[in-house]
Design a protein around this ligand. Structure first.
Ligand code: C5P
Length: 301
């Protein structure tokens, strides 16, 4: 018996960061969008928890932990604990087909955790209500609830409080990962050392652009408070941004805590042209539409 669930990458169209809280997290006002890069997680009953990661395409998976520290294993154990079941007596094998670049600011680890929650819920017929899955997801990481939800959503708290927002567009993104990952805690720490960003003001104009499907307004409103912090840690990241600009994009946006760059393109043809130019320079680049669905069942065998 096995269950396969697919989970998308996320990007932040707006990422406003407030001053660090006593618990070490930063309050956020963010707008998430799920984009068409995916991890598939297949779960089967096993005598011990095990994780196997298989790259889909060019994704370098060498940095992904395959022991109990993997967030997907923690998700499985938390789900069992929630139902009063012993995660040392019941276990699963998790096979992750990874199409989301690792440590890229695209929440791939969170996607795997969200997919695992839903897959194991089905495998063991636990029938966990959605609200409880969202609560478990929030306990695992700030981005995990959004991976369950997908689409386009407003995020607050430390990112774990999510509500869908209207989005009438189909947006095309060029995604330029960096060969070297960037650690989220390090980027937030660098943020604390720099001048504050936009903070927690609501992104009204961006939300209006999404609702109206207004590409020019959306492009003008994309904003990420963590961008200066990531560039302070990794000044060489500016080269990727320049490469995108030289390939003909008007906007660049760092994805989450980076180091992946994003560009909103006019349409799919524009996105293909930009991607072809970057490929010609030997850069690994991806195309993805958004918004797409959150975690969903692919196969129940
Ligand atoms: O919630 P998550 O496990 O993804 O967070 C990873 C790290 O990123 C946290 O330990 C913290 O250092 C930082 N973080 C933060 N504020 C947030 C989200 C994450 O400082 N809102």
């Amino acid at each position: 018996m096995s269950v396969t669930v697919r989970a998308p990458a996320k990007i932040n169209l707006h990422l406003g960061v407030g001053p660090v809280r006593p618990d070490g997290f930063h309050p956020l006002t963010t707008v998430y969008q799920a984009i068409g890069l995916y991890d598939d997680v297949t779960v089967t009953p096993a005598s011990e928890w095990e994780v196997t990661v298989i790259p889909a395409g060019d994704v370098d998976c060498s940095g992904v932990p395959v022991d109990a520290s993997n967030l997907a294993v923690r998700a499985g154990r938390a789900l069992l604990g929630h139902h009063g079941l012993d995660p040392d007596r019941r276990a699963a094998s998790l096979v992750v087909h990874k199409g989301i670049p690792v440590a890229g600011g695209l929440a791939g680890g969170s996607a795997d955790a969200a997919a695992t929650l839903v897959a194991l819920d089905r495998l063991w017929d636990l029938q966990t209500p959605d609200e409880e899955l969202l609560g478990l997801a929030g306990g695992l990481g700030s981005d995990v609830p959004f991976a369950l939800l997908g689409g386009t959503a407003h995020g607050s708290g430390r990112g774990e409080k999510v509500r869908p927002v209207p989005d009438s567009g189909t947006w095309w993104w060029v995604v330029l990962p960096d060969a070297e990952g960037l650690g989220t805690p390090e980027v937030y720490a660098a943020y604390d050392r720099l001048a504050p960003g936009r903070g927690l003001a609501e992104p009204h104009a961006l939300l209006a652009a999404l609702e109206q499907g207004d590409a020019a307004l959306l492009a003008a409103e994309l904003a990420n408070d963590l961008e200066p912090a990531a560039l302070a840690l990794r000044p060489d990241l500016a080269r990727g941004r320049t490469a995108l600009q030289e390939a003909g994009v008007r906007t660049t946006l760092l994805s989450g805590s980076g180091p992946t760059w994003l560009s909103l393109c006019e349409d799919v043809d524009h996105a293909r042209t930009v991607a072809d130019r970057l490929h010609a320079q030997g850069r690994a680049v991806m195309l993805a539409p958004g918004p797409v669905s959150g975690v969903h069942l692919v196969e129940h065998a």
